[in-house]
Each structure stands twice: as C-alpha cells, then as structure tokens.
Ligand binder design. Structure first.
Ligand code: GPP
Ligand code: MG
Length: 296
C-alpha cells in the first residue's frame, strides 16, 4: 500500500480548525478592540509611528508640564509616549540574548509596537497574535510601511490555541494581555510552543492577595473598563509552576508606573480610568509586575 506520509517531510501542522473566537466573552473582547480608536493610543502612536497598548514607566520630564502653554498638550503626549516606549524596552531587556536566527511570539500584539521594537533590536522574525481583526490589519499595514513584512507578521489567532508547532519560539511575551485569559490554559499553550530553555516574559497588572483574596473596588473598576479579569499575584506563579515555567526574575514596577498615570490624569487624552489605577496602586491592592521565566 502506498504510504505517502513516509516520503513527506514533517509538515507544519495547519492551525487548529477551531474558531478563533471560541466564546461569547472572547467575541465581546474582540468587539471592544475592533472598535477602539482612542486618542490616548492613536495620538501617542502618531508621535513616531509606533503604536502601543500598554502603559509607561519611569520618571516624568517635568519640562513637558512647565514649558510654554501653546504646545503643552503636544509635549505631554510625547512624554507619555516616551514612557510607554521605555516600558517596552524594559520588557525586551528581559528576553535574554536573541539573534537573527531566533523566532519570538508577541501574544496579544495590539497595533504591533512591541513587536516592531523587538525586530529592530534583535533582527529576528516576530509573530504577533490578536483576536482583534482590526488590530491585526493595522499592525500588518504597519509592517508593510516599515518594509519589515518578511520579518514581522500578525495573525488573527487566539493565544490559547495559537496554531504554531511545538517548540517554535525562543521567547514569548504578553505585554498587558494576560488579564483576558485563564492563566493555566495560557501557560500550557506557551509551554507547548516554547523551545526548551526558552524565555517567557510578562508585564501585567495583578491584584494583591495580601490586601484581600478578592479584587478591590478600584481593581474591579479597571476590570469593568476593559472587560477583563485581573488575576491575583499568586495565580501567576501557581500557573507557571504547573506548566514548567520557572521564574528567574520578578520586578515590581508599581512605583515606576505611578508618574505615568499622574501625568496621564492631567492630560487631554485621559480616558477616565486614571483615578482607579492611581487609587489601586497607592492603596496597595494592585501591582504592576514584570515576571520572567524559563521553560524547563
Ligand atoms: C491595554 O492598554 C490595556 C489593557 C490590555 C487593559 C488592562 C491592563 C492592565 C495592566 C490591567 P491600552 O493602551 O489599550 O489602554 P488605554 O486605552 O487605557 O491606553
Ligand atoms: Mg494606551
């Protein structure tokens, strides 16, 4: 009998035939991000063409606030953007030594900002995945404009079922996107596609188990604003341990992100969620955390 499989090289499995949006919840999240055109993200992205969907870290340059009144808003937008870029740079610092031969995955890639910075830094192929078709379209257009589409590509895929073959990536990150998914399912899927010794990094907002076993009022307000479900700090480590992801570094970025939120609260691009973040951080019910782990 003819066995065609014997002569065929190991094929890349096709992405799962399951629908990308597996639940009504995921559809609601996709609807939110498909419709999102907030100046706090678009005006900041227009500063230099790199569009982020995360917050900022580092001290504010006060000259943004103190200079002449006529272009004060423009300076504040530039300063917020600078702090968001600093956050992405800090995340990339944690990925370890990567080079052009490596492959890396941006899980929850938004409009692509961190992916493009990673490609510029490491010179390697980057895949980004998002359940928002509008974000995927936007980010792929950016890749064309930047003439890196052969190296950086974005896919309409679900981070819980990413469709890549086992062991594909030397590094994976979630830049503020874990709060939309169950962590055990997420880390099982990441562990599947990470090569042994591969690095995982997340920057996330998580609530403080020590403050209370349930989320505080301010954390619940953040959940309602973004339709997400912020996890307790403990759950990150339990879910990593359950999936052969061994933490190597944890940095509490809470103090470093407060200046960003204070500046944002004073700006014309404030969205109304600023006070909830400032309350949650200052009362100690919420942390902004970086966690890096290696795949055993
Ligand atoms: C993305 O940033 C924000 C989230 C994914 C929500 C939750 C994050 C936490 C750390 C709790 P964004 O840049 O799209 O948000 P915004 O529009 O408010 O700037
Ligand atoms: Mg933003």
């Amino acid at each position: 009998m003819l066995d065609s499989s014997a002569a065929t090289p190991a094929a890349t499995p096709a992405p799962s035939s399951a629908p990308v949006l597996a639940t009504k919840y995921q559809q609601a999240v996709a609807d939110y991000w498909n419709a999102e055109k907030d100046p706090v993200n678009l005006r900041l992205g227009e500063v230099d063409g790199t569009y982020h969907h995360h917050y900022g870290i580092g001290d504010v340059d006060r000259s943004a606030l103190e200079g002449p009144a006529d272009n004060r808003e423009e300076r504040i937008v530039e300063e917020l953007h600078r702090l968001e870029a600093a956050q992405a740079d800090f995340l990339l610092d944690q990925l370890g030594a990567l080079g052009p031969g490596d492959r890396i995955l941006d899980a929850g890639s938004g409009r692509g900002g961190t992916s493009f910075m990673a490609n510029a830094r490491f010179g390697c192929r980057v895949d980004g995945i998002s359940i928002s078709e509008e974000q995927v379209k936007f980010a792929n257009n950016q890749a064309q404009q930047r003439e890196v589409a052969d190296q950086v590509s974005f896919h309409f895929r679900n981070m819980l079922d990413n469709g890549f073959p086992a062991g594909t990536f030397q590094a994976i990150w979630n830049n503020e996107s874990t709060m939309y998914v169950d962590l055990r399912s997420l880390f099982a899927e990441h562990a599947r596609v990470l090569a042994p010794g591969g690095r995982y990094v997340t920057i996330t907002g998580c609530y403080n188990d020590v403050h209370g076993r349930q989320p505080s009022r301010a954390v619940s307000q953040i959940d309602a604003h973004y339709i997400c479900d912020i996890h307790p700090r403990s759950e990150y480590f339990a879910a990593m341990a359950a999936n052969d992801l061994i933490p190597i570094s944890v940095v509490d970025l809470t103090a470093a992100t407060i200046p960003y939120w204070e500046l944002r609260a004073e700006s014309a691009v404030a969205t109304g969620i600023e006070d909830a973040f400032l309350t949650a951080y200052k009362e100690g019910s919420f942390h902004y955390l970086m966690i890096a782990a290696d795949k055993a």
